[in-house]
Write a protein that binds this ligand. Structure first.
Ligand code: SAM
Length: 396
């Protein structure tokens, strides 16, 4: 091991020992430092080699998901023979696929050809995550073509929804969302995938103290008027968190004050167990004027990162038209890309936005510039340790 590797690991260890492990907000940094110690101690050849061996990891896990292996392991330990017998897959094939899952730490071995689930495989077993695994595997068609597409387009930064890598890869003229609508099984997988909490730690309304932000400044709220509109809100997964937070506050929610808006294909498909009789479900295309006027909060969670600037500005302007000046707020719940040290999830999401939608994750400066183009200004910005942020904006 080189002197440089040892000194890098020692520096990271020293930084690690100065962090307070009992403080939840240090968690992210502790994991980051531990990872940098492992990286420093591994041979560069192994680090580089991991890149090549990773190409078989994802497809092998998808094949195991298709066989229902993670769900089966969530019920208890299994041998390769039992998996083969229960799934109809060839025994030796099962052993080879499981070897990959074990090597990457998704499944554990208790002995030769004997396996138990892990906390990570239990997550993979969850129907929403399994849907995400399948949907993202589909998107690999686009990411696979990335080098070829960038070369053919002279390394221009992809931007725009309708003539990009997704259309090139799937031989379609449809944008990704329209393509989903035309393929109901993928639409359902995508919408289910979105119901996974994609932030670490407490749900974001609790972390950002949503109720306090809504009622701050002693503002008077009419509980017969719309309070919170979640635009592109999917099945209402985030509105459910907001509702829980509001119910814990002294405020008494009026009927119809919580609104979830999305495309018809999504609203029509809201699963019965997620439907909330207190929510108002609105089929709305955000390229048209916002139909709900004068709400306190208009929220976009992981929506604007789906759109390049020109389209995002159009969406914002359509929304801001319905604001009551000095009262209505815009909430953007998205990653705020840091100037340095962006984590893997942020970098991954940015490239997926590029490959699927010709869109991007944005830095604080990029968010400020985007909002200014729509006549809005940032009034507060908080982030979680994983860079997930709440940007509050109001009319200039
Ligand atoms: C990345 S998902 C985010 C869903 C949800 N906000 C969340 O964070 O879980 C983007 C959402 O935008 C919706 N969407 C896309 N195009 C839309 C449009 N033109 N009008 C309204 N909603 C749209 C999608 O259907 C999808 O639910």
């Amino acid at each position: 091991m080189s002197d440089h590797a040892v000194s890098t690991a020692k520096t990271a260890l020293a930084q690690l020992s100065s962090l307070d492990a009992s403080d939840a907000s240090s968690h992210h940094e502790i994991v980051r430092q531990c990872q940098s110690i492992v990286d420093a101690l591994q041979s560069p050849l192994l680090v580089a080699g991991n890149l090549i061996s990773s190409i078989t990891m994802y497809p092998s896990l998808v094949a195991l998901e298709n066989l229902g292996v993670f769900q089966k392991l969530a019920q208890g330990p299994l041998t390769a023979a039992q998996i083969a017998q229960q799934t109809g897959a060839d025994h030796d094939l099962v052993v080879r696929l499981m070897r990959v899952a074990v090597a990457w730490g998704y499944i554990a071995e208790t002995g030769p050809e004997s396996y138990i689930g892990t906390p990570a495989s239990n997550v993979l077993a969850h129907p929403s995550f399994a849907a995400g695994l399948r949907y993202c595997h589909l998107l690999c068609t686009s990411t696979h073509n990335l080098p070829k597409f960038l070369k053919e387009t002279n390394y221009a930064n992809p931007s725009g929804h309708n003539d990009g890598l997704f259309q090139y890869s799937f031989q379609t003229k449809l944008g990704n969302f329209e393509w989903n609508t035309a393929h109901p099984e993928h639409e359902r997988d995508f919408d289910m995938f979105m119901t996974i909490p994609r932030t670490s730690g407490a749900p974001w309304p609790t972390h950002f103290n949503a109720a306090k932000l809504i009622f701050e400044d002693g503002v008077t709220i009419d509980n017969t008027a719309p309070l919170y509109v979640d635009i592109g809100g999917g099945y209402g997964q985030d509105l459910a968190h907001v509702k829980k937070d509001l119910e814990a506050s002294p405020y008494t929610l009026g009927k119809g004050q919580l609104v979830v808006e999305d495309r018809p294909a999504v609203i029509d498909d809201v699963p019965a167990e997620m439907r909330d009789e207190n929510f108002t479900y609105v089929k709305h295309d955000f390229f048209n004027a916002q139909p709900v006027k004068g709400a306190r909060v208009y929220s976009f969670k992981t929506v604007l990162h789906n759109w390049a600037d020109d389209q995002a500005v159009e969406i914002l302007k359509n929304t801001a038209q319905s604001f009551t000046p000095g009262y209505s707020k815009l909430w953007i719940l998205e990653r705020v890309v840091p100037e340095t040290g962006a984590d893997k999830v942020t970098a991954w999401q940015d490239m997926i936005m590029m490959a699927t939608l010709g869109a991007l994750e944005r830095t604080r400066e990029q968010w400020a510039q985007l909002l200014a183009k729509a006549g809005l200004k940032i009034v507060s910005l908080q982030t979680m340790p994983d860079h997930f942020g709440l940007i509050e904006a109001m009319l200039e």
